[in-house]
Design a protein. Structure first.
Length: 206
């Protein structure tokens, strides 16, 4: 009793321990951040009717960045194990981004070589590549803390929205009850109350 449990990587072999030491190093995160930065620059270089050579170069770069993200996910999955790796929501985001990247590449290849794909789907998949920028958020602890605070405050925001809805509903119901049954008559005329006539009367008074 009182004996602490060994760490989860205590039974790893030398190869897996090496991978674990690599993926838990801050230099590994810095390298991935650099790759993400280059990927953002590559996406920013795209424009309408760009030369074929540039389009091909950016396509190769996209394949390279996707391969790097796949290797990163595999290394972390091997080092941490499926349970520990997928317990972190940021790692779940990484897996989602990798799947999106692979699906986007497959659809592009099918469109050009085998099956005609709706161009809108291809454009949507290209736009979703912007989600790779979110990988930078997990490396910025300050922003992560801010996002965690926002997520924790969301239920309270919902309660506040419900309170505003109730207030608006009460005043709307009050307005209907007070003025909803009024009819135009000689005592309560409706003519001359439009915006144009009110503005005209004010101009005459001035």
């Amino acid at each position: 009793t009182g004996r602490s449990q060994p760490p989860y990587f205590a039974s790893y072999n030398s190869t897996r321990l090496f991978i674990h030491s690599v993926v838990t190093s801050k230099y590994f995160d810095l390298a991935i951040a650099g790759v993400i930065g280059l990927n953002v620059v590559g996406m920013a270089l795209e424009y309408y009717m760009m030369p074929i050579a540039l389009e091909y170069t950016l396509k190769i770069f996209n394949y390279f960045f996707t391969a790097v993200f796949i290797v990163e996910a595999i290394m972390k999955l091997c080092a941490l194990g499926p349970v520990i790796y997928l317990k972190d929501r940021w790692n779940q985001l990484d897996v989602f981004i990798v799947i999106l990247s692979i699906v986007g590449i497959v659809l592009e290849e099918l469109e050009t070589n085998i099956i005609p794909i709706n161009p809108t789907i291809i454009r949507v998949m290209r736009v979703l590549r912007i989600a790779r920028v979110l990988k930078l958020l997990k490396m910025a602890k300050g922003i992560r803390a801010l996002l965690d605070t926002v997520c924790q405050a969301l239920p309270q925001v919902g309660n506040l929205g419900l309170l505003f809805f109730l207030l608006f509903f009460i005043f709307a119901a009050l307005g209907v009850e007070l003025f909803g049954r009024l009819e135009c008559s000689e005592d309560v005329p409706c003519q001359g109350l439009d915006h144009y006539k009110i503005t005209k009367e004010n101009s005459y008074k001035n």
